[in-house]
Each structure stands twice: as C-alpha cells, then as structure tokens.
Design a protein around this ligand. Structure first.
Ligand SMILES: [Fe+2]
Ligand SMILES: [Fe+2]
Length: 143
C-alpha cells in the first residue's frame, strides 16, 4: 500500500464540504509528491507535481478569499497575506527544483505537511464560526 505523509482526519474539517474537499485534494498532492520522493523518482516528477500543486493551491486560496471579500470577513487581509507568502515559497521551491539547486527532501516534505495542517487548524478554522453565524452557504455554485 502506498505510504501517505498525511492522512485526512475529521479534526481537520473546517465545517464546509467545499473547502474540506479542496483541502483533501491538497493533501493528496502532497502525498503524491511524498510517494515519488520515496520511490526515488522525485527528481523526475517533482517539478510537475509541485506545479500542479501551485495551480490548485492558487485556485483553493481564491475560493476562500472570494468568501472573505464577499462577506467582509474580519481577518481577510492577514489571511490573504499568509496565502501569498505560501505561494511565494512554493514558487521558490518549484524554481529550485527546475534549476536543480533543490531536491525533494524530508525537510521539504515536512515543511509542506506542517504548513498545510497548521494553516487549516489555525487560520482556516477561524472562518468556520464567522460563516456559520451568518448562515452562509458555501458551495460549488456560489464559488
Ligand atoms: Fe484552506
Ligand atoms: Fe486559507
């Protein structure tokens, strides 16, 4: 069986199906990178996987930010800043991999895992109460 770096746990739920499923997708992408790292194939696949991860991360962040903007979520600016700094780091990683200056390592895998889980458990969970108190319907078609 494929070894997973992150296994979804209900504690990670932010209370909305749409965002949970996007987070699950990001977890899968990190697991995919991890699997290629373990197989020794990371150098071949890493750039593609990280590029896809950046694209999906951008899509997910925009998805959250759309709701922040629309409903004047009080932590909008700081949350967007955190998103932006992660994208910058991920792009830096991609460029490092492309140039061959960086190879996938346990440090990089741990950084990705820790960042995503801490972000979900910290910043992302903060919006649950706010959106729930306002009875906001978060779903694909409003997205
Ligand atoms: Fe998120
Ligand atoms: Fe977020």
């Amino acid at each position: 069986m494929e070894k997973k770096l992150i296994v979804w746990d209900n504690h990670y739920s932010v209370g909305f199906e749409l965002f949970d499923s996007q987070h699950k997708q990001l977890i899968e992408m990190i697991n995919e990178l991890y699997a290629s790292f373990l197989s020794g194939e990371a150098h071949k696949k890493a750039v593609d996987i990280v590029s896809e991860m950046i694209k999906y991360t951008d899509y997910h962040f925009k998805s959250e930010e759309k709701y922040f903007d629309k409903y004047n979520y009080p932590f909008t600016e700081e949350h967007k800043e955190i998103h932006k700094s992660f994208v910058n780091k991920a792009v830096e990683l991609k460029e490092g991999l492309e140039s061959g200056k960086v190879t996938v390592s346990y440090d990089i895998m741990n950084f990705l895992r820790q960042w995503l889980i801490e972000h979900i458990m910290g910043e992302d969970k903060k919006y649950e109460t706010f959106f729930k108190e306002k009875n906001i319907d978060i779903n694909e078609k409003n997205n």
